[in-house]
Design a protein around this ligand. Structure first.
Ligand code: CTP
Length: 397
């Protein structure tokens, strides 16, 4: 898969550095040749010995090591790779990269390199959300640097939110996508998929019949064309495909948070069946029978994730694609929905009972763009996905 590809792996100083050991194993197993660079802070978390033992190569760490300068100068070291990977990319390392600082070996290599760079940020959630880091991220993506993660979840510091380094398998997938050269190579696609679950109490929830099959098929088709895929999924019956960066959520509000954290993206495809309403003030304890008759549930509207992203003044993906699940007047309703939500394309499908589409293996869609409506013949969800993703690749080209 990565046979003969040279990866310069820069390991920054964060608790997630331990995951870089597993990343090295994954990369070398896939046939890549890994040259590791350990920052001084990185060596507080993993030892040079374990890094070099796994990589089967010496670890570079000091800019002023004259032997290294004689063997391989830092300029040469930065240029021999097919891809430079920074994992974990700490807030400090990202800031240095964004500012063009070069005060140690890692930052010097990053400034001197002329090969593509992929970073896997890892930091505390507040640091990730800090305006300084947002600015640095936008500068780095503007410079053409690819980003994988961070994931949303529990962090070593005890907090919860975006900031966890992407899993080694997800970084490996991003490296493979980057080096595989398909029509979407170097592109980042964000896909939402599956239903959402909206709690009533700790044991009950409101859900819908979405299986997540169409979203998973789109993700597979995007991976096949070399895209990096962030896959934000509700509790779906169909598993997230191997190779995506899966971000698992339950509720619409969590989905919005995960989508925002996964941006920027070149295209965003909203295949999730998001619950329009959630229960206002779900009970913290299980609602018991016999307490004054049946409970009455009050609802409140969920955020519209598609409309939110389509309306972003800054950082909006180049292409925003929604789905429209309709039971009547499919084309007319979906055309109105496209205008209302502000997205570029809508893929409309008839989910009326008897169509067998919701939860089924096939889909019959109408693609609505600014140029009008196009009926696609009923086909397997994989075939619909391949056609959609090919159109996206064309639009982004
Ligand atoms: N969607 C979303 N967030 C929501 C609701 C919907 O992102 N809170 C997205 C879906 O992923 C889909 C599109 O919006 O891409 C349309 O979903 P649909 O359920 O057809 O539309 P609704 O907004 O629910 O409109 P209506 O109930 O009027 O049909």
């Amino acid at each position: 898969m990565l046979t003969g590809k040279r990866i310069l792996l820069i390991i920054g100083g964060g608790i997630a550095a331990y995951k870089s050991l597993e990343l090295i194993r994954g990369l070398t197993r896939a046939g890549a040749l890994v040259t590791p660079v350990l920052t001084r802070a990185g060596s507080e978390f993993v030892t040079p010995l374990s890094v070099s033992a796994l990589a089967g190569e010496k670890v570079y760490s000091d800019l002023w090591d004259l032997t290294d300068e004689a063997e391989m100068g830092h300029i040469q070291l930065s240029r021999v790779a097919d891809l430079v990977v920074v994992a974990p990319a700490t807030a400090d390392l990202m800031a240095k990269m964004a500012a063009g600082l070069a005060d140690d070996l890692a930052s010097t290599l990053l400034l001197a390199t002329d090969t593509p760079v992929l970073i896997a940020p890892a930091m505390n959630v507040r640091m990730w959300q800090h305006p300084a880091t947002r600015r640095n991220l936008s500068a780095l993506t503007g410079d053409g640097i690819a980003v994988v993660g961070p994931a949303v979840g529990d962090m070593a510091c005890g907090e919860h939110g975006p900031g966890r380094m992407a899993e080694p398998a997800d970084i490996l997938a991003a490296v493979t996508a980057r080096l595989s050269g398909g029509a979407l190579s170097g592109r980042h696609l964000l896909i939402t998929s599956g239903p959402t679950h909206e709690p009533i109490d700790p044991v009950r929830y409101i859900a819908n019949r979405s299986s997540g099959a169409q979203g998973a098929a789109i993700a597979r088709a995007a991976l096949a064309l070399g895209a990096r895929v962030s896959f934000v999924t509700g509790p779906a019956a169909v598993a997230a495909p191997d190779g995506v960066e899966a971000i698992r959520v339950e509720t619409a509000q969590q989905m919005l948070e995960a989508v925002t954290a996964a941006l920027p993206a070149d295209a965003a495809i909203f295949a999730a069946a998001v619950a329009d309403w959630r229960v206002a003030g779900p009970s913290g304890s299980k609602i018991k029978k016999g307490q004054g008759g049946s409970p009455v549930l009050e609802f409140t509207e969920n955020p519209d994730i598609l409309a939110h992203v389509a309306g972003m003044a800054e950082g909006r993906p180049l292409l925003v694609v929604g789905f429209a699940a309709e039971t009547d007047d499919v084309t007319a309703n979906a055309t109105a929905k496209r205008a209302r939500k502000g997205c570029d394309w809508i893929l409309a499908n008839d989910v009326s009972p008897g169509s067998g589409i919701m939860g089924g293996a096939e889909n019959a869609v109408t693609l609505i763009t600014g140029d009008g409506a196009e009926d696609w013949p009923r086909a397997g969800k994989d075939a619909v996905a391949a056609r959609l993703v090919a159109r996206i690749a064309e639009a982004l080209a």
